[in-house]
Write a protein that binds this ligand. Structure first.
Ligand code: FNR
Length: 186
C-alpha cells in the first residue's frame, strides 16, 4: 500500500524558496510512497470561535481532512524573526483543534529549514520542533536538515544548480523514508 506523505512549505510567497524545495522533493518520491504538497494559502487566521460556534470555514475542514489522510509530514520552514512564519504556525494551530481532535497526532515528521543566508533558519527549525513535541509527532532527529543559500539553489526551470545540494536534500528524504518505514514496522 502507498504511504502518503504531505509536504508543507511555510510560505505564501509566489516565488518562495521553501515552495521550490517542496516541489523538488515531490520529484524525489520513492517507490511505495506518494508525496503531496499541501498549500496553506486559503487558511484564515485561527479563531476558536469558529470551532466553538459551529462556523468552521470550509478551508479548515478541507485542510484538516487532508492532513488526516497523510501518514507523515515533511515541513519545509523558512524563518521569520528567528521563529517559524505565522502562516505555518497558523496551519499547525488549525490542525491541532478542536481540543482532543488534532489531526497531527502520531504522524512521523521531518523538519527541513532554509534561508537565503548562511544560518539556514536554525531558530525556526527548533521552534517548530517544540510544537511537534506537544503535537505528539515523532520527528526525525538525524540528519538535521539546514539548507543555506536558498536563493541560489535552483535555476529558472526549477532544477538544482549544484548536484551536491540536490544530493544533500535527496539524502535527507531517503533518511526520512527509511526512518518512517522503521517506525511503521514497530
Ligand atoms: C525574514 N527573513 C529572515 N531570514 C532569516 O534567515 N532569519 C530571520 O529571522 C528572518 N526574518 C524575517 C522576517 C520577516 C517578517 C520576513 C518577511 C523575512 C528573510 C527570509 O528568510 C526570506 O524572506 C525568505 O525568502 C522567506 O522564505 P520563502 O518565502 O522564500 O520560502
Amino acid at each position: 500500500m502507498e504511504n502518503t506523505i504531505g509536504i508543507i512549505a511555510g510560505s505564501l510567497r509566489k516565488d518562495s524558496f521553501s515552495k521550490k524545495i517542496a516541489n523538488a522533493i515531490l520529484k524525489m518520491q520513492p517507490t511505495g510512497f506518494t508525496f503531496e504538497v499541501i498549500a496553506l494559502d486559503d487558511l484564515p487566521v485561527y479563531n476558536q470561535d469558529f470551532d466553538d460556534h459551529n462556523s468552521v470555514p470550509d478551508s479548515y475542514t478541507e485542510f484538516r481532512k487532508k492532513i488526516k489522510e497523510m501518514e507523515g509530514i515533511i515541513f519545509i520552514t523558512p524563518e521569520h524573526n528567528r521563529s517559524i512564519p505565522a502562516v505555518l504556525k497558523n496551519a499547525i494551530d488549525i490542525g491541532s483543534r478542536p481540543a482532543g481532535k488534532s489531526v497531527w497526532n502520531d504522524k512521523p515528521a521531518a523538519v527541513f529549514s532554509n534561508s537565503p543566508g548562511n544560518l539556514s533558519a536554525f531558530g525556526a527549525n527548533h521552534h517548530l520542533r517544540q510544537c511537534l513535541v506537544f503535537l505528539n509527532m515523532p520527528t526525525m532527529q538525524q540528519p538535521e536538515v539546514y539548507i543555506p543559500n536558498a536563493s541560489k539553489l535552483f535555476n529558472d526551470q526549477g532544477d538544482f544548480n549544484e548536484s551536491s545540494e540536490k544530493d544533500f536534500i535527496q539524502n535527507a528524504v531517503t533518511s526520512y523514508v527509511k526512518w518512517f518505514n522503521r517506525l511503521k514496522k514497530e
